[in-house]
Design a protein around this ligand. Structure first.
Ligand code: AQP
Length: 332
């Protein structure tokens, strides 16, 4: 079976529909066809400043949501990144293979650092994609299911894998991105040309899996559309309406063409009202299951410890062979 690795940051009290439709949703069926490794990337979550108690809480909330959407610890390896110290260790080696200019070209870094200002931007944010490369390469992943926003980071991972292999001998698998076209980018409800994002969207621009459906309905009602009337799918001319149709289609299983035909002659208000109902139906069981996992944190932590053991069974030998290839003296 081909191997898959993907991760998600515990940086919010809930995942949003961008995370779900761009990434998480695709992780579930891959459990049947791939050897799957999924992690809560807490090392990545401290690159922009954080609160320790909140991080611990959000790490559990993240794991609980991953289980609630259908990840099954019997069928995948679900773990917390910091429980596997080899991630940070391999990242150091990868830091020493990456050019400053190369890392400086990462668009996500440029965007986030521009927003934060140079004095508040950490070196950790700069090396974030290199840690991400280490996450992936440690497990010899063949494919990485992520949203479109991660494509450039995946390219860097591939370059680093090839560079290491050429310099020190074939060690790493060069991974492929696995990006599902239709939902690769879910956009902000208030600014439908920007991606829906935990760190840059306003609260009204996000639909969160764990939020009260009445609140989500209100946000959908006030979503930015356009001055036209027609419900058609045209991301260039009608990004707001097209985003609503993308979400509606993904959550209901109805195709966009079907929806466009069904809403022929109806208004934006009808579309929004119905989408709010679809969202409410969709999140209700996820919320119930997430709360049930969070009610028993001891059990959740135990499951994550088992996941970390399974992950280390792959990560430890990889790091050992990397250390050997680069010439570190083995401890006597
Ligand atoms: N808007 C989106 N559309 C499609 N996919 C998305 N992803 C994130 N936003 C969208 C995908 O979610 C996965 C988890 O990524 P992450 O933990 O790095 O989340 P993130 O990128 O931190 O989420 P945000 O909200 O975008 O936060 P910021 O802006 O703080 O980085 C990834 O596979 C990602 O592609």
């Amino acid at each position: 079976r081909p191997r898959v690795l993907s991760g998600i940051q515990p940086t919010a009290d809930s995942f949003h529909l961008g995370n779900y439709l761009g990434a998480l949703r695709n992780w579930v069926p891959m459990q049947e066809t791939h050897d799957t490794f999924y992690c809560v990337v807490d090392l990545h979550a401290i690159t922009m400043g954080h609160d320790p108690a909140l991080l611990r809480k959000r790490t559990r909330i993240s794991a609980a949501q991953m289980l609630a959407v259908g990840l099954d610890p019997e069928r995948c390896t679900l773990f917390v990144q910091s429980h596997v110290p080899e991630h940070a260790q391999l990242a150091w080696v990868m830091n020493c293979l990456t050019g400053m200019g190369e890392a400086g070209r990462m668009v996500q870094f440029k965007d986030k650092s521009a927003k934060q200002g140079a004095d508040r931007t950490t070196v950790g944010l700069f090396t974030y994609p290199i840690l991400q490369a280490a996450d992936i390469l440690l497990y010899h992943a063949d494919a990485v299911p992520v949203g479109e926003d991660q494509r450039q980071h995946l390219e860097l991972t591939r370059d680093l894998a090839q560079r290491f292999n050429t310099t020190f001998g074939r060690t790493f698998t060069v991974p492929q991105p696995f990006i599902v076209k239709d939902t690769a980018k879910i956009t902000d409800l208030q600014d439908p040309t920007a991606k829906m994002s935990k760190s840059s969207s306003t609260p009204n621009g996000l639909i969160e899996l764990l939020e009260d459906p009445a609140r989500a309905a209100k946000k959908i009602r006030s979503a930015v559309t356009d001055t036209g009337r027609e419900i058609i799918f045209d991301p260039e001319q009608k990004p707001g309406v097209s985003n609503l149709l993308t979400i509606y289609s993904a959550l209901s299983g109805r195709t966009i063409e079907e929806l466009v035909a069904a809403y022929d002659g109806k208004g934006y208000g009808d579309l929004k009202k119905d989408l709010a109902e679809v969202v409410a139906e969709f999140v209700k069981p996820i919320q119930q299951r997430t709360n049930a996992y969070l009610d028993d944190p001891g059990q959740l932590d135990k499951m994550l410890a088992i996941g970390a053991e399974k992950a280390r069974a792959v990560a430890v030998p990889t790091l050992r062979s990397v250390y050997d290839r680069i010439g570190f003296l083995a401890p006597g």
